[in-house]
Design a protein around this ligand. Sequence first.
Ligand SMILES: Cc1cc2nc3c(=O)[nH]c(=O)nc-3n(C[C@H](O)[C@H](O)[C@H](O)COP(=O)(O)OP(=O)(O)OC[C@H]3O[C@@H](n4cnc5c(N)ncnc54)[C@H](O)[C@@H]3O)c2cc1C
Length: 436
Amino acid sequence: MEHTNNVKLDLAGVGVGPFNLSIAALLSDKTEINARFFEGRDSFAWHPGLLLDNTNMQTMFLKDLVSAVNPESRYSFLSYLVKNKKFYRFLSAELQCISRHEFSDYLAWTAHQLDNVQFSTRVEHVDFNGQHFNLHTNQGVYQANNLCIGTGKVPSIPECAKAHVGERVLHAAEIGLRERDFTGKRVMIIGGGQSGADIFLNALQSKWGQPKSLDWLSRRSNYQPLDEASFTNEFFAPDYVDAFVELAPEIKSQEVATQKLTSDGITQKALLTIYQELYHRFDVLKQDKWVRLLPHRTLTHLAQDANGFKLTASNALSQCLEAHHADIVILATGFEAPTPSCLSSIIPLLDMDAHNRYQMTPDFELKWEGQNTNKIFAVNAGMHSHGIAEPQLSLMAWRSARIINSLAGEQLFETNSGRGMIDWLSPATVSTAAVI
Ligand SMILES: Cc1cc2nc3c(=O)[nH]c(=O)nc-3n(C[C@H](O)[C@H](O)[C@H](O)COP(=O)(O)OP(=O)(O)OC[C@H]3O[C@@H](n4cnc5c(N)ncnc54)[C@H](O)[C@@H]3O)c2cc1C
C-alpha cells in the first residue's frame, strides 16, 4: 500500500536539473505558491559524466538561475562568489568564460540550500484524477494541482551502435562516471560537437592513459565553431522568443535548422586549445602522428571483429565508404528528448502536433484536456515551439519567471526586458500571398 503524503502542492516539479532549479530558486521566497521539486538523485549533479578537465561554459555566468529577473536574489552567481569568499580572486582571474566545474558547484550550492527541492525522490508515475495529479514516487504519493516537467534529455545512440553499447562502446555522457584506461588502445570519438571536442582534448592530453591512436570522426564538414557573434546572441533574447512563438510551424522549423551552430558548435577557446596542443605535439615535439581528424564522414556501420571494432563511414567528399578500426568507441552523438516514461498516463490527455510533439502556449504550458483547471508546464521540451534558446541556459531565469507568473495569475516577476536590437516582425501591410 503506497503512503500518501498529507499535503497538496500548488506545483510539483519533476526532475531538478538547472531548469527546474531556476524555478525553485525564484519561488523560494514566494510563500503564496506551495511548490516542491523532486529529484531522483541523492544530491545535485549536472551532467556528471561530462564534467571533465578543461571544459568551459558556452554561456556567460550572468546567465545564472535568477539574475535576469531577480538580480537581488541570494541565489545569483554573484552571491555565490561572495558567500564562498572568492569574489576578488574571481575578478583577478579575468575569466572570459567560467569552467563547467565552477558553474556546477554554483548550481549544487543553490540546490542544497533550497527547502523546496527534495532529493532521493524518483517520480515513477503520474496520474490525474480529474482534480489533481498524483505523483507516485519511491517516497510515497504526492498530490499537486500543477506540474512542471524538467526531466532533461537522454543520450542519443546511433542505430548501428545500439547493439554494442557497453564497456568499449559508450556514450559521451558515461565517460567521466568511472575510471577508464585507454593505454595502448585505438580510440575513436564519433561526433564533432562540444562534447566530442572536450573528450578529444582530454584523450589527447592522456587523461585516460596514452592511447595507441586517437581518431575524431564527424559528419560536419569541419570542426565548426559556435557562432557567438553579437547579433547571433539576439536569438537568445526574450523578444526573439516572443516573435518566434507567433511563426507558422514550417517557418519555425526552417529557423531552427539554419541556427545549428548558434548552439551546437565548438567554442573558439576549445578549438584553439586543441589546435595548439596538436601543433605542439606534432610540429614542435615531433611526435609520431598518432591522431587523425576525420570530418565529413558519417558512421554507417559498426561491427565487432577479432581485434576490436570495425567502423564503416561514408565520406561526403569522396562519396566512398571507408573502413576504420578501434578498440574503444566514444559516441559524442548528442541527446534526445523522449517523452518521460513517468507521464505515460498523462500523454493520451495531451494535444500533440503532427510530429507527436507537445503543443505549448507562449508561457511554456502544455495544451491538454484539463488545462482550464490544472496546468502542466515543461522546460527544455519546446525547441520546435519556442526556438533555439529552449535547451540552453541563456533564458532559463526569464522562462522560469514566465512560468511562475502564469501559475500565479499575476506578475510576480517583471519579464519585459525592453525592446531588442532587431525588429524581427514588423506590422504587415500586405500579405505575401496577396503580393504573389
Ligand atoms: C555537457 C553539457 C554541457 C552543457 N553546457 C551548456 C552551456 O555551457 N550553456 C548552455 O546554455 N547550455 C549548456 N548545455 C545544455 C543545457 O543547459 C543542459 O543540458 C541542462 O543541464 C539542461 O537542464 P535540464 O534541467 O533540462 O536537464 P538535466 O540537467 O538533464 O536535469 C534533469 C534532471 O531530472 C532528473 N530526473 C529525470 N527523470 C526524473 C524522474 N522521473 N524523477 C525525478 N527526477 C528525474 C535527472 O536525474 C536530472 O537530474 C549543456 C549540456 C551538456 C550535456
